[in-house]
Ligand binder design. Structure first.
Ligand code: CP
Length: 330
């Protein structure tokens, strides 16, 4: 039995096969790969795209999705081994995961970190506990990485750019009023590097470097592919010659849980919104974002509404890639 918790555990060829199968589902959306099967979608955080695309995808393959709002309409769950459960949670993940496994064929989980203690949260304890105790495959719908988004991003870039190997991928931090999850940023550099792109990161300050686990993996993937990995605070250097620009905002990990101290560093990126002037420095680049996205804060209207913007195709691709994924795991 195999889980889909992070693309780190999946080879480039396996991921490419999922994308190829997703293209077949785009051409011919219906199938019976999940006939008589079901998936539990467990949401600890809000969603528009993930919830809709998994639910619809299961339906289009003849299966059934059970959407569970884990923030209020299911029992609070304890995840620590050996916990004395004399406080909030009513049941332990050991029972919850095994009971769900006895009902459904797949369990998918969205559980963002709590933004309190990165040392603990970088271990992704909630989904790892489900994966340990479930007896069916577990799919990551975004925790500290967002692997389904990675597949959708790569599919959109390949559709527009063809073979992406050797092309220049820029992940740029963009402004946002509050610190956000690093999941999509981690995922963007994992996928672009695994698929043979040169990867650059643009950040307002080096405190916005991502966890070494992900930057290190991306560096290794680039080294294996003979491509370059770099991090810069220089806008011109970052955008010059880029073939693909990916926008994301995230919180600086050294300030985890003491976010008020991060504010001065966040302010250094006030001019980081993607606009026409920055895009003019690129190699006629495409630009994308996982959505949801604050217009004219992260990316200017003129860029979002241009042909360069792949965000809508990427969002549509979530449906196709997740069908390929459910088919491969169920
Ligand atoms: N990109 C993404 O996962 O969208 P939702 O948060 O709306 O699911």
């Amino acid at each position: 039995m195999r889980h889909f918790l992070s693309t780190e555990d999946w080879s480039r060829d396996e991921l490419q096969s999922l994308i190829d199968r997703a293209r077949a589902y785009r051409e011919s959306p219906l199938g019976d790969a999940l006939k008589g099967k079901s998936i539990a979608l467990l949401f600890f955080n809000p969603s528009l795209r993930t919830r809709t695309s998994f639910d619809l995808g299961a339906y289009q393959l003849g299966g059934h999705a059970i959407v569970l709002d884990a923030r209020g309409s299911t029992w609070p769950v304890e995840f620590e081994e050996g916990a004395v459960m004399d406080d909030g949670p009513e049941e332990h993940v050991k029972e919850a995961a095994r009971v769900l496994s006895s009902y459904v064929d797949l369990i998918a989980i969205r559980a963002f970190p709590k933004f309190e203690d990165w040392t603990a949260e970088r271990e992704d304890p909630l989904i790892q506990a489900y994966a340990r105790h479930a007896t069916v495959p577990v799919i990551n719908m975004e925790t500290i990485v967002h692997p389904c988004q990675e597949l959708a991003m790569m599919m959109a870039m390949q559709d527009r750019m063809g073979d992406v190997r050797g092309k220049d991928f820029l992940l740029t931090w963009v402004p946002h009023p509050k610190p956000l999850n690093t999941a999509v940023a981690n995922s963007a550099i994992l996928m672009a590097s695994k698929f043979g792109m040169n990867v650059r990161m643009l950040v307002p300050d080096e405190a916005f470097a991502l966890d070494p686990r992900y930057m290190g993996a991306a560096e290794r993937f680039c080294a294996d592919a003979g491509t370059q990995f770099s991090l810069t605070t220089n806008v011109k250097e970052a955008y010059s010659g880029a073939d693909a620009v990916y926008a994301k905002s995230w919180g600086a990990l050294p300030f985890y849980g003491k976010w008020e101290e991060e504010a001065p560093l966040r302010a250094k990126g006030a001019g980081f919104m993607i606009d026409d002037a920055k895009m003019a420095m690129t190699n006629n680049a495409v630009v994308s974002h996982c959505l949801p996205m604050r217009r004219n804060v992260k990316i200017a209207d003129s860029v979002v509404d241009s042909d360069a913007f792949l965000g809508l195709q990427e969002a549509e691709n979530r449906l196709h890639v997740q069908k390929a994924l459910m088919e491969s795991l169920a």
